[in-house]
Design a protein. Structure first.
Length: 748
């Protein structure tokens, strides 16, 4: 590096620092600015030989994080100081002691928290979600740790380009899984949308780019429309002397994509790509009245859809969102969403509670922020049901497949969602489960079948005399508990059967029937039981007693015809042929030709199979997931399970890439919707079979009141091949929609 560069760089650092200072200025005293300066000097010194992956001086990063903390999250001086220092202990030779020598205890406590969280995130990702949960649940220190971490993540996402692709995917998925929902819950709408869009750019680059392109292509047309739509509103509001701004807000890329997927429509059919936002400047006490006044003006001009009125002014959302939404019919016959809110509401919506508290305590600087921080901390910590909703919702979003509960000693246990008190007992130890007499949840006695919620504290009461009952199978949901109960029941049954065997032997002697295998089998058949053990058992519990045996003996004497009657249903239960799954032939085909798929950087040959949850085909962006029993499974990058897999088990994810091989056919599914017309099905199948190399595996159609909906499963070479076909199908008269399905829904 030559000297000119360094001089330039220094100037750039100073420039960025100044811009941070001016962002802080409205809320800082001279003393505050001194503290910020001190932190900046310290960080600049600590990171001076340090560069980011992009080659930039490292200090650019802490400055940017601090700026986000102030401008976008709304934090105060202490947080700016901590943001500047957030990577010092983590990444340089300076220690926490060094920090506490120069800065007050509050700062070193937050830095300590930030360093600890970083440790969590640097571990193999499998434990990460778990730790993130612990971090939230046991969060007792300072909520600023989390908010600064959020700022840190936002800046890292904004600069994700300079990381290697594998790392990009990991960081992007982690962001989708943990940080975007967190931002959402805390009410940082702008940050949440940005995080989701940035993540999508890396997880689904093609879709992302195509939506960006389409938005750009349609921009002019959209602007013209918006202009003509807002014109009459503008005029009417001016006439009423209202102070307002009209904005057109385009949906984020990821939410457009979300809509396309959910409704199975192409970009062109997402009707609410943008919304019109009317922002009023009005004193707080007139807010509600004025918003409704504007609503009345707008709906005088355009007819509203009564089903789409949302009043979040009277009932704000849990994360603080306030706004009045309506959807009206434009003169061009298109629905348009109109959001009506005040400047204050808009700030809260974009910046979360921080903005909210700024309004509440506008002149007292940090104290408003302190209050807000206390509120978040309370929300996170509180055990009240209402406030706990926050955590519940948050965890529901995040970890929808798991709950976390505590032992009486405060240890954490993770269970699948829906787990009951008895599941918990079995998760501790088989013996604890088997002897489970009662359960206390949060110090109250509950039924064994009680479903547990995250955060419950569970205490098991055991008794040596207690043993599993057949009912218990209905009380549990985990495979582990079910398995344990079944084997205990089987064990108990076996014991009883042994007793029953002796009883039966005695009784048969009485009827002068030999106790041998042949006769036992005849009895088994007579009573229509599956096996001798069941016979012994029924004898033991008295279900087959003297009376039944006597009837049998009499019958035997009277000719014994019945005893040779074999009930065809009484024998082995699993004689029905195992249904071959649709995937099998393909899997087999692939196994024979492992070279068609490259897995891993070193091109090792590994066994793999295509995951049935998303049916990937060549051309799809895919990754491999190392399963425990089933080799490597290939999933589409946009598989609904992918985010979770990547985030929770990143270490088990391997890179996968297709090498096109036209000779292999892959199973894929299409959902077709349209109007039921004569000859439609024939046209459809003709079109499919005229396409080179496409074979229909099965086809299933339902018609209903003149419409039809069908699922076609077919063998296809790759995405291009499939897209060609979709295009052709769409041209068929009567067909309105053709979409690819991820799940295999058609039965064989
Ligand atoms: Mn950082």
């Amino acid at each position: 590096m030559n000297e000119i560069d360094i001089a330039k760089e220094k100037a750039e650092i100073v420039k960025r620092y100044r811009s941070l200072l001016s962002a802080c200025r409205p809320n800082t005293s001279k003393e505050d600015r001194k503290r910020i300066r001190q932190a900046f000097d310290f960080a600049a010194e600590a990171h001076k030989n340090h560069r980011r992956k992009s080659g930039e001086p490292y200090i650019f990063h802490p400055i940017a994080v601090a700026k986000i903390a102030v401008e976008e999250i709304g934090l105060g001086t202490t947080s700016v100081v901590c943001s500047l220092l957030h990577d010092v202990v983590e990444d340089t030779d300076y220690t926490l002691e060094d920090i506490s020598e120069y800065f007050d205890p509050e700062v070193s406590r937050i830095i300590d928290g930030l360093t600890k969280i970083s440790d969590i995130f640097d571990q193999t990702t499998s434990v990460q979600a778990e730790n993130f949960r612990k971090m939230l649940l046991t969060l007792s220190d300072d909520v600023r740790v989390i908010l600064i971490k959020l700022a840190d993540r936002l800046h890292n996402m904004r600069t994700l380009d300079s990381l290697p692709p594998k790392k990009q995917l990991k960081v992007a998925n982690e962001t989708l899984y943990l940080f975007a929902p967190l931002a959402h819950r805390l009410g940082f709408h702008a940050i949440k949308s940005e995080l989701e869009d940035l993540a999508m750019k890396y997880t689904e680059p093609e879709i992302y780019n195509s939506i960006v392109q389409k938005l750009a292509d349609t921009k002019e047309e959209r602007n013209r429309f918006i202009q003509s739509f807002t014109q009459p509103i503008r005029k009417a509001l001016l006439k009423e002397d209202m102070d307002f701004t009209i904005l057109a807000r385009t949906k984020s890329i990821s939410s457009i994509w979300g809509k396309m997927r959910k409704k199975e429509v192409p970009f062109e059919e997402v009707y609410d790509i943008f919304a019109i936002r009317l922002i009023l400047n009005t004193p707080e006490k007139r807010e509600k009245a004025d918003c409704w006044k504007v609503y009345s003006i707008v709906t005088d001009i355009y007819k509203p859809n009564p089903d789409r009125l949302r009043d979040w002014i009277s009932n704000p959302k849990a994360n603080g969102y306030e706004s009045l939404h309506t959807t009206v019919m434009s003169r061009q016959g298109k629905w348009v969403e109109v959001q009506i809110r005040t400047q204050r509401m808009d700030d809260v919506a974009e910046k979360g509670y921080a903005a909210h508290w700024k309004y509440k305590e506008s002149k007292t600087g940090e104290s408003g922020i302190d209050k807000w921080l206390r509120r978040i901390r309370e929300i996170l910590k509180s055990a009240e049901s209402d406030a706990l909703d926050f955590i519940d919702d948050f965890k529901l979003n995040l970890f929808s497949d798991e709950i976390i509960v505590f032992t009486p000693k405060g240890e954490l246990r993770t269970l699948p969602i829906g787990s009951t008190a008895l599941d918990f007992a079995y998760s501790i130890h088989t013996q604890v489960g088997d002897n489970c007499l009662g359960v206390k949840v949060n110090h109250k006695l509950v039924p064994l079948s009680q479903p547990l919620k995250s955060g419950d504290q569970v205490e098991i009461i055991t008794s040596r005399k207690q043993h599993p009952k057949p009912d218990w199978l209905n009380y549990v949901t985990t495979a582990r508990a079910k398995g344990k109960i079944k084997s205990a029941l089987k064990e108990a049954r076996k014991k009883q059967a042994d007793e029953g065997r002796e009883i039966l032997e005695r009784k048969l002697k009485h009827f002068k029937i030999d106790f041998n295998q042949d006769n036992i089998q005849k009895l088994v058949d007579h009573f229509k039981l599956p096996a001798p053990i069941d016979l012994f058992y029924e004898v033991a519990i008295g279900k087959i007693g003297q009376k039944e045996l006597k009837a049998y003996a009499t019958e035997l004497e009277g000719g014994g015809i019945l005893s040779y009657f074999k009930n065809p249903f009484s024998r082995s239960k699993d004689s029905s042929p195992q249904q071959q799954t649709v995937q099998d032939p393909i899997r087999q085909q692939l196994k024979d030709k492992p070279d068609t798929l490259l897995i891993g950087d070193n091109m090792e040959k590994l066994t793999y199979s295509l995951s049935p949850c998303c049916n990937p085909i060549p051309g799809d962006d895919v990754f491999g997931f190392v399963t425990i029993h089933d080799g490597i499974k290939i999933h589409r990058n946009n598989c609904p399970n992918a985010v979770q897999l990547m985030s929770k088990y990143a270490y088990r994810v391997v890179k996968a890439k297709w090498i096109t091989n036209k000779s292999i056919a892959f199973l894929s599914g299409l959902r077709v919707k349209g109007i039921d017309e004569v000859g439609l099905l024939k046209n459809l199948t003709n079109t499919i079979s005229s396409e080179y190399n496409v074979n229909i595996r099965n086809i299933h159609f339902d018609t209903h009141d003149g419409t039809f909906e069908g699922v076609v499963m077919l063998y296809i070479n790759d995405t291009q091949h499939l897209n060609n076909l979709i295009k052709k199908l769409k041209k068929i008269k009567g067909i309105q929609k053709v979409s690819r399905i991820g799940k295999m829904e058609a039965s064989s």
